[in-house]
Design a protein around this ligand. Sequence first.
Ligand SMILES: Cc1cc2nc3c(=O)[nH]c(=O)nc-3n(C[C@H](O)[C@H](O)[C@H](O)COP(=O)(O)OP(=O)(O)OC[C@H]3O[C@@H](n4cnc5c(N)ncnc54)[C@H](O)[C@@H]3O)c2cc1C
Length: 506
Amino acid sequence: MADVGDLIPTDHPIVETYRGGPPAVDGRCVLLWVQRAKRATANRAANLAILAADMLGLPVVAAFCLVPDYPAATLRAYTFMAEGLRELPEAFAARNVGWVLRVSRPEVEIPALTAEFGAALVVTDQDTLPLGRAWRTGVAAALDVPLVAVDTDTVAPPHLFPREEHAAHTLRPKLWRAIAAGGFLDPIADPAAAVVSGLSAVRTGPDPLAALETFAIDRAVWPSPTVRGGRAEARRRLEAFLDSRADGYATGGRHKPEPAAQSGLSPFFHYGQVGPVEVARAAIGRRLGEAGWVGPRGFARFGPEPAVADEPLATFLDELVTQRELAVNFALRNPAFDRYEGLPEWGRATLEAHAADPRPVRYDGRTIEFGETGDRLWNAAQRQLVFEGYLPNRLRMYWAKQLLLWTVSPQEAFDLALRLNDRYQLDGRDPNGYAGIAWSIGGRHDRPFPPKKPVLGLIRPMGLKGMRQKFDLDAYIARVEALTGEPVPGTEPPLPSRRQGALALG
Ligand SMILES: Cc1cc2nc3c(=O)[nH]c(=O)nc-3n(C[C@H](O)[C@H](O)[C@H](O)COP(=O)(O)OP(=O)(O)OC[C@H]3O[C@@H](n4cnc5c(N)ncnc54)[C@H](O)[C@@H]3O)c2cc1C
């Protein structure tokens, strides 16, 4: 075999070659390095590893490195991930793939496993964020066999969109045309590896949940009492959503916290326990039949089927595919995606022009983190976040925007939102979070909203009045009180003085 490209289509946009060259001639297996996509099925990286192994007449071994010191990780985040990892030995066995879990860093362990198992080549998944990409570069530098990364985190491969997109409306047509042309929404099959040997039967490594006990991590953020990790739970949530809540998704249900019309799948996406293609296919299949195809609002015409009017489905796909892949584009193409400097120029300019505006009230970090501000709705959201690690979309927007009103500077509001989001959200440290915070605080992917308001300038306001129109705040607060077993303090958000005029509360 002259080159890895003879086994794996390295010129396909879902494949990125970190190290090329010929596979090892005396290889004894293909190593599948599982990193972002922590699932055995609906996984394009696993499929290409199996395909290459079948061509070489070799078995496949999947390996995961449980990094003991992931930056700023919490017991909550690790527990959710470990619950999903526990399912993997059996799930890979169903595809005739071996399984190894090691507590170590990938740059050390993947080259070591390659040598130990005699891997002819290594196949992995893709990661958008810098740390994951640095791991791949580090592993490639330490290997003497090929390393290819296969995108299975998005529907359309991000490499098709090399520039930073301005907003959803600029990405949407290109994205859905690419999806239709490339067949990227076609179902992902789960073939078993053809070659079964002793290596396919390998099952080694500690129990991932037990392994956490020795990690020096932030244990003050306890495991979510309501959201359990793992693919089985993700599929259960998906089915429940499609059974009973999907109908209301487009008609405002999505904005309500109770009963939530959202799927609740974002943590499972973040840990790669489900993938967007399988979720989109499940939703399309349920509403239109297996052969159905639909794009988001107005874009069905790019698909192979005639346009289908299914507003809930179109809206869901627009969030799951367009908005999610817009966030991936932002994290990949904007080097300041997780910094205040990543806000658009007009957003920073308007915030800075209003930086000296008097704030209605200032709170210190502790008051904010403990949900003890004067704003009862905000406190309820913060307490739900701290308690269970999840918030519905609309509350996330309100939650982030309010911080602008209570901090000294927009930079401080941005940094605080990011820190709290990443610390407590089960789906934190995700491109969606970076894009969501940049949207809420600085207008990224949004537009200016005249007239100017104190503090916010031209940033889109979102106040209590608007929230009250969307859902029953009292019922929501009562639900948080029942969840946490504690009364939520506060009253209405502090009203602006007459002199300040209408602060962004309406
Ligand atoms: C301030 C703020 C912070 C946010 N932080 C995060 C975060 O840390 N992690 C995170 O995954 N999302 C974040 N979001 C985006 C969005 O709120 C969540 O993805 C969504 O609410 C998750 O709930 P769900 O899975 O029930 O979504 P559903 O409505 O059921 O949607 C299905 C999937 O579509 C995707 N999606 C939905 N809405 C958006 C959106 N607005 N942008 C991008 N993708 C979307 C998600 O992958 C989601 O799981 C944030 C939004 C804001 C405004």
